[in-house]
Ligand binder design. Structure first.
Ligand SMILES: [Zn+2]
Ligand SMILES: [Zn+2]
Ligand SMILES: [Zn+2]
Length: 807
């Protein structure tokens, strides 16, 4: 094996190691350690063989694990001795080998400081070049068509490198060694500006340096520009210009949801928002997400950027193109997805002229194709940690390692939910959660979902042995999976919605497969329960294999079914009727404006629906309770333009002083009785409603009511958890760990107030951070449950009652 003092090893490196400058780094380390051998990319990651002095080889292996390039992530490093060849000379980087692939595809990365410097420096040959990148930054996932990641398998294949770029690409000491999307003014993609009304762009008026520069002037004049970025087109306009923002809303037919903003630098953001140290780090990270910030700077953007909210979502320019556009603008620019209404973000040049002609005045195109649509990610710092609200660019398709015990998980595919949908692959014990896909009820989003499923299947050479779906038979994802299961004769596992939420939280936190069950709190909009009813505020005792429903919210009718989600006053009416009925409401609260409002509704029909249960399914939903309370104080009462709007506005309305200083005694009371039919404890909001209506009589400000509601709910949740954690047959608690999940926990105040109260009671609280708490994270939980079902249980499961059911 070893000659005197000479040894040789073969090293296998797995993780995010391709297209991130890993091989040149190995080449440099091998050179410094004076080793001979080679490094190459193959389907499994990076393969290295080195020969040299014993001591040098040892040193090399040590440094390999610690001195890694910024965008790489080493998951596993295995070395084995091989026969040393004393004749071997030099160290070489060899061509990629094909083979079965399980190397993660790297997410796209924001402009690095070195490239940013170059595009601003007139003596550099990439001065003002909008597609500058290197091994530490630039497009990855958004341009890849197949693996292994090599230029020929990306949308850069059609651009032949010029001699200067080719020289850098081949030089292992260069920052651009094997940077697959390498390009320059001479050989790379170009950007150009067009007017979408077909007229020529007149540069006489602008006297600009080039087309990208011209966009700056066009935006300043209040025009709307479609800008092709990294993972799709954006629609951009001056965020301080009321008319421009209003026009964009009208033309795009996006009336409710807030618009994301981009600013030149942190100083501009600071003049509109408070930016803490964590938030600053996030904004400047290579993931470069949209960061949700409290809007309390000296300057104001147009009120219609984020209607009814006290936050703004900001990002910094993350491509050279964005940087060049933003360079000359000292105020925020709206950067919202380039689409109409809820369709997927457009990625093709040809579609822009067709679809966005009536929305944008100009379009900044470029000729590097986007292979994969990737929306901007959204992060908010809550309870002291950055937490992803939407996981896409910069994060997907980064692998999420599954916890201990899942090593033997078979390859499987989980289909997610319906809204904010994502899917999740399990491959070799790791979960690959797709980027945010959008709401599947939109036909184009559904088509895109299917297309992306195929893409991931190819990229990860994935052959699932099991499909996992939500139990809701009407979800389009469920229907799609059913078709596949019968076409491909694959087993299908149905998983309860809130069990999947809790499992997602456990998996994210690395809770092992065979760990004892935890108390799971899923506060959510709606999900199908095991009894066929709609659930959405659930307390579970859960592990990956099964769960038991320990507590819930009071079921209240959704008057008109899905219409109740769109018209929040319906939830309010249903709550008041079930709590007190119309005569008692009139007797006590006839002086309220709310009485006049509800009196004008078609009460005869509504009451008949309630009495006979016509199109009024009961739902134990936390989201609908938020809707009802928001509507009671006059927020988002007639119409919710998107799910959760009422909850977002209620959170924004919260009076900070009341929240901080008022005693918990004034938090609205919620009782915890037991249901007659099955003894299940539930949150009973009768006293809460009496207190809210009483406060309305006293003309208590909406902000104070909102604060007391958030505190009251958090207090009740903590009390319920404490009660449920106590094993009725034992001294000790059933569990000291509480997992919080579901879309309602994207509410900063609810999350912080609940965590704080639970931690005070000595619980270890797990809340989502890397994976969204809403349905965007559901597929990960489904995947974990699917995997757990497939792995034979070691010993008996602790929970007996409910689990996923196979078909
Ligand atoms: Zn760079
Ligand atoms: Zn070039
Ligand atoms: Zn959900």
């Amino acid at each position: 094996m070893a000659l005197a003092g000479l040894s040789a090893v073969r090293i296998r490196v797995e993780g995010t190691v391709q297209g991130v400058g890993f091989r040149p780094n190995v080449w440099r380390l091998a050179g410094e350690c004076e080793l001979a051998g080679f490094v190459l990319n193959d389907g499994a990651g990076v393969l290295i063989e080195v020969t040299g002095a014993d001591e040098a080889v040892r040193r090399f292996i040590d440094r390999l694990g610690t001195e890694t390039p910024p965008l790489s992530r080493v998951d596993r490093l295995i070395s084995e001795p091989i026969v040393a060849n004393p004749e071997l000379q030099g160290f070489r980087i060899l061509e990629s080998l094909e083979g079965e692939v399980h190397t993660p595809v790297a997410p796209d990365a924001g402009l690095c400081p070195a490239c940013r410097e170059e595009i601003g420096n007139p003596i550099e040959r990439r001065f003002r070049y909008p597609f500058t990148n290197c091994t530490h930054c630039g497009p990855r996932f958004s341009i890849i068509n197949a693996v292994p990641y090599d230029r020929g398998r990306t949308t850069m294949a059609e651009f032949a490198m010029c001699p200067a770029c080719a020289g850098e690409y081949r030089d292992p000491s260069d920052r651009r060694f094997h940077a697959q999307p390498i390009a320059c003014h001479t050989c790379g993609p170009k950007a150009w500006l067009e007017r979408l009304d077909g007229r020529a762009v007149s540069f006489d008026q602008h006297s600009m340096l080039d087309d990208v520069d011209a966009v700056t002037g066009v935006l300043k004049k209040g025009e709307i520009v479609a800008i092709k970025g990294l993972g799709g087109f954006h629609l951009a306009c001056d965020a301080t210009n009321d008319e421009a923002v209003g026009t964009l809303r009208r033309r795009k037919r996006r009336y409710g949801k807030p618009f994301a903003l981009m600013a030149r630098d942190l100083d501009v953001i600071r003049s509109y928002c408070a930016v803490g140290p964590d938030e600053e780090q996030l904004l400047e990270s290579s993931e470069a997400p949209i960061v949700v910030l409290k809007a309390d700077g000296p300057n104001k953007v147009s009120a219609s950027v984020a209607l009814g909210l006290d936050t703004l979502g900001f990002m910094l320019p993350y491509t050279p193109l964005h940087r060049l556009v933003m360079r000359g603008i000292d105020r925020p620019v709206v950067m919202t997805s380039g689409n109409i209404s809820d369709e997927p973000q457009i990625i093709e040049n040809s579609k822009v002229s067709r679809r966005l002609q009536s929305v944008a005045d100009y379009a900044l195109f470029h000729d590097r194709q986007i292979a994969n649509r990737v929306d901007d990610s959204v992060v908010r710092v809550m309870a002291g940690k950055p937490r992803l609200l939407r996981r896409a660019r910069g994060y997907a398709p980064g692998a999420i390692p599954l916890p201990p015990g899942f090593e033997r998980a078979p390859d499987l595919l989980a289909f997610g939910a319906e809204l904010k949908s994502t899917f999740c692959l399990v491959k070799r014990g790791a979960a690959i959660l797709s980027q945010h896909q959008g709401d599947l009820e939109n036909i184009e989003t559904l088509e895109d979902f299917v297309k992306n499923l195929c893409l991931y299947t190819d990229l990860f050479q994935h052959r699932p042995k099991l499909l996992v779906v939500d139990r809701h038979p009407e979800y389009l994802s469920t229907k799609l999976a059913n078709e596949r299961a019968s076409d491909q004769r694959l087993p299908l596992l149905e998983v309860q919605h809130h069990h999947a939420h809790i499992a997602s939280c456990l998996a994210e936190h690395g809770v092992g497969l065979d760990m004892p069950p935890v108390i799971g709190v899923a506060l959510d909009g709606l999900g199908m329960g095991d009894d066929g009813a709609l659930w959405g505020g659930e307390f579970l005792l859960a592990d990956y294999r099964s769960y038991q429903r320990l507590g819930t919210f009071k079921p209240v009718a959704m008057l008109g079914g899905a219409q109740a989600v769109r018209e929040p006053w319906r939830s309010l009416y249903a709550h008041l009727m079930v709590q007190m009925g119309w005569p008692r409401f009139v007797m006590n609260y006839a002086e309220l404006e709310l009485y006049a409002y509800l009196k004008a509704k078609p009460r005869g029909t509504l009451d008949a629906m309630l009495a006979k249960g016509i199109n009024s399914p009961l739902a134990s939903s936390c989201g609908r309770l938020f809707d009802a309370v928001a509507a009671a104080v006059g927020l988002c009462r007639d119409e919710a333009l998107f799910e959760g709007q009422g909850a977002m506005e209620l959170e924004a309305a919260v009076d900070r002083k009341t929240l901080r200083e008022e005693t918990d005694d004034l938090a609205y009371p919620i009782a915890i009785p037991n249901r007659q039919e099955d003894g299940l404890p539930y949150l009973e909001p009768l006293a809460l409603w009496q207190a809210i209506l009483g406060d309305l009589i006293l003309k208590t400000p909406a902000g104070v009511i909102a604060a007391r509601f958030h505190k009251g709910l958090a207090k009740a949740v903590a009390a319920m958890v404490e009660m449920l954690a106590q094993d009725p047959n034992a001294e000790e608690r059933r569990s000291d760990t509480v997992a919080l999940s579901g879309g309602c926990f994207q509410n900063k105040i609810l999350l912080e107030e609940t965590m704080h109260r639970l931690e005070e009671r000595g619980f270890r609280v797990l809340a989502h951070a890397r994976v969204p708490a809403n349905d965007g994270g559901l597929a990960l939980g489904q995947a974990a449950i699917g995997a757990a079902h497939s792995i034979k249980s070691r010993g008996e499961s602790h929970v007996s009652r409910n689990s996923g059911s196979s078909r």
